[in-house]
Design a protein around this ligand. Sequence first.
Ligand SMILES: Cc1cc2nc3c(=O)[nH]c(=O)nc-3n(C[C@H](O)[C@H](O)[C@H](O)COP(=O)(O)OP(=O)(O)OC[C@H]3O[C@@H](n4cnc5c(N)ncnc54)[C@H](O)[C@@H]3O)c2cc1C
Length: 434
Amino acid sequence: MNHREVARDVPIVEETDVVICGAGPAGIAAAIASARSGARTRLIELHGSLGGVWTTGALSWIIDSANKPGLMAELTSRLDERGARRTRVEGGANYAYDVEAMKLLLEEMCGEAGVDVRLHTRVVAAARDSRNRLAVVVTESKSGREAWAADVFVDTTGDGDLGFVAGCGVEMGNPETGAVQPMSLMAIVTGLRFEEIETYVGGSLGDPKKRLGALMTEIGVPPSYGNPTLFRIRDDLFAMMANHQYDTKCDDAAGLTAATLRGRKEIHAQVDALRGLGGVWSEMRVVSTGAQIGVREGRRIHGRYEVTAADLLEGARFDDAVCRVTMGIDVHSTNPAKTKIVEEKPHKSRPYDVPLRALIAQDVDGLMMAGRCISGDFIAHSSYRVTGNAVAMGEAAGTTAALASGSGRLPHEVEWVEVRETMDRLSERDSLVA
Ligand SMILES: Cc1cc2nc3c(=O)[nH]c(=O)nc-3n(C[C@H](O)[C@H](O)[C@H](O)COP(=O)(O)OP(=O)(O)OC[C@H]3O[C@@H](n4cnc5c(N)ncnc54)[C@H](O)[C@@H]3O)c2cc1C
């Protein structure tokens, strides 16, 4: 049985140059780059803060950022200025950050760049014009249903929501089994002192993840993720990733609900059991859990190029490279019966380039993607998805979108050299201002 909705007119609340949908690491970078390049830029976000998995997801750990200049380097140094960043070892490449400091920093940076931010608003539909160009996105929020018109749109929803509703072809999961990587609900915990639990903290000598997993198992809370990890944010503040929620897809609200409830229950059981040990664990408490469960894998939108496992094997190089990925293949087990950790790598991966064409939709004009939902295969996605790359992709997509809008072109008509020169000019100017 169906309920038939009545057709209605939706007000176009804004006509602007560039609309970015989703404010995770890719979306904030796209929005800041677009606004700094001179485009009127609207950023639409479902949750109540900017940052996506960095903040709403409480991730707390950034990978593959060290070789990313521009916005990623700027974010890193601005986190340093406020004492909100910590590497495992002096000069380490990956780092932990303070989630609340990150929220504020992203709001400040979007404000400074002149990005028009709308929070608490979900993209639910889209419409193309007669020439197959994306014309509006439609949102739902406390203000009801609204339409937003722009020259260029960027899908940075992670799950590829915009590309999907706009009518793009998409892929999801392992092409052979359809299975997706498990989700994980993150937690921020306190009441611990780093020097007292160092041997259980990620990056310490020996195998701290194995040690923590063995301890949890011994006290009756065997973790559903076999590599439970504590990330040191401050000496008394840690992020904890210690659960895997299997067989749940990003487009299944009932499944997402069940996974979130299971994850939260497991986190509290783990922390209660550790606190029950007494001693160095006696004051351990959950500060917060992610408002959004961490989704490793959503839709991958068909683009003008698909990044593939072969690119990783060869260490592919492209003239229109938006970033060089150094993260290897990292498929978290899709089958808990086989392993609760990561699956065997099909082959080695060498640092490889992501070309701009993988960020431009194939089936709909005027639409770009950045972050998790770009065009790539199952294996390649498991590598490029980490946030250092998401920021670099967002920066390139936002700059391209602004150049296209400013010159009446479509994104695929913009030459990479123009994008590169614009990004270089803007980061030079910003370093002079700093
Ligand atoms: C559990 C877990 C652990 C990970 N570990 C690491 C790690 O240690 N280090 C690392 O660098 N990366 C890690 N990753 C990978 C990385 O976090 C993601 O791939 C990353 O989030 C990609 O950024 P993004 O901006 O594409 O997506 P997201 O961070 O998911 O951002 C998408 C944004 O879009 C919003 N949105 C979604 N749908 C809509 C809609 N319809 N309308 C409006 N807004 C919408 C969301 O609310 C969100 O803010 C991990 C991921 C997970 C899930």
